[in-house]
Ligand binder design. Structure first.
Ligand code: FAD
Length: 323
């Protein structure tokens, strides 16, 4: 059954986040041969429309407005609802990011529809669109179908492979004028706390430190390893609580959820709340002095040793491979 599916692109610092392209791939599956319409919301985002088409969107609808420069729930929900009412889609896909987690429940409530959140896989099986999502902090997976009405889902970054970029793909980019009104909050300034570099939730490699790193300076050797691998630095709550790093780096149940190709846990014991944020990583390497540490139960490769010896050695070896 061919469907029209809206895919919301996510813009950060003037560029599209990868999850936008992953959402197009999910949208294509849900559309089952129907039309995938990308939605871009912001203050000057039209020029990003072509990238959405190159990654598989058939058409792009842009809502531009000064008041949409920064994300607010009120502003973006007004813009997205206007596109939904104009396009009348049978499916909607967003990234399961901070923005998607905030916006999608509000939209679902307004439309009185269901929502399947945090999907790590989408497939067509037995005539249904089947979503896979982790439950019980990633210990099990459930498969869900929507039997009636709008097929509305958010997808976890780094899980669904985008289509190959093809610059010969063509499609139209149109603008929808939407009056944004009655904003209850206005973003005056965005102050970045996390260090510049690779976005933690989209990184292919994450080097994470725990209380075993022992100090803020101790994180420097983790940053060096992450830099050599083109990855991002993350942390356990233990490390954040001890003020070795900012809470924006926290991974886990009450922090960020990451699914990189490679997760290197350094001096992290592997508490259940930490595992909730990283146990679905494709390959997990754990470095810990304690051979009984719980992190080894989820690790594909375990190194029992002092991280202050092991991490610099790894950095040196990876440097040699990169040269
Ligand atoms: P520790 O448990 O103290 O472990 C430190 C590890 O470092 C030990 O295994 C030790 O053997 C090893 N080590 C020490 N020195 C070295 C060395 N030189 N070389 C190698 N290894 C060394 N935690 C999270 O991470 N994320 C969350 O989102 C989160 N949410 C929570 C929510 C709730 C409601 C609660 C109650 C807790 C939450 N926690 C969370 C906290 C969690 O329970 C743990 O306390 C925390 O993860 C422990 O951090 P850690 O592994 O860094 O520290």
């Amino acid at each position: 059954m061919a469907r029209k599916v809206l895919v919301v692109g996510e813009v950060r610092e003037g560029g599209l986040r990868n999850v936008s392209f992953e959402a197009i791939a999910a949208g294509k599956l849900i559309a089952e041969g129907g039309e995938v319409v990308a939605v871009l919301i912001g203050d000057s985002v039209k020029e990003l429309g072509n990238a959405m088409i190159h990654y598989g969107a058939d058409r792009v609808v842009v809502v531009e407005n000064d008041q949409l420069k920064n994300y607010t729930t009120d502003g973006y929900s007004q813009a997205l609802l206007a596109v939904i009412h104009a396009e009348n889609p049978e499916g909607i896909v967003l990234g399961h990011t901070a923005l998607g987690k905030d916006l999608s429940p509000k939209i679902a409530a307004k439309l009185q529809s269901g929502l399947v959140s945090d999907c790590v896989d989408v497939e067509v099986a037995g005539g249904n669109i089947v979503f896979t999502r982790p439950i019980y902090s990633g210990k099990a997976f459930e498969k869900k179908i929507i039997t009636d009405g709008l097929i509305f889902a958010t997808i976890r970054p780094n899980n669904i492979t985008p289509l190959e970029k093809d610059e010969s793909r063509a499609g139209t980019i149109s603008t929808l004028d939407v009056e944004i009104k009655d904003l209850r909050s206005v973003i005056k300034e965005v102050v970045r706390k996390a260090s510049e570099g690779v976005d933690l939730t989209e990184a292919k490699v994450v080097v994470a430190g725990g209380r075993g790193v022992k100090s803020a300076e101790g994180f420097n050797i983790l940053r060096e390893l992450a830099d050599v691998l083109g990855g991002a630095v993350g942390a356990s709550r233990g490390a954040c609580d001890a003020e070795y790093c900012d809470y924006s780096l926290q991974i886990g149940q009450t922090g960020k959820v990451v699914t990189p190709d490679l997760y290197i846990a350094c001096g992290i014991s592997g508490a259940i709340q930490h595992l909730a944020g990283m146990s679905n990583s494709k390959v997990i390497v754990a470095i810990n002095k304690d051979p009984e540490a719980n992190i080894f139960n989820v690790a594909d490769y375990g190194i029992v040793g002092d991280l202050f010896e092991v991490v610099p050695l790894l950095t040196e070896e990876f440097k040699k491979i990169k040269v």
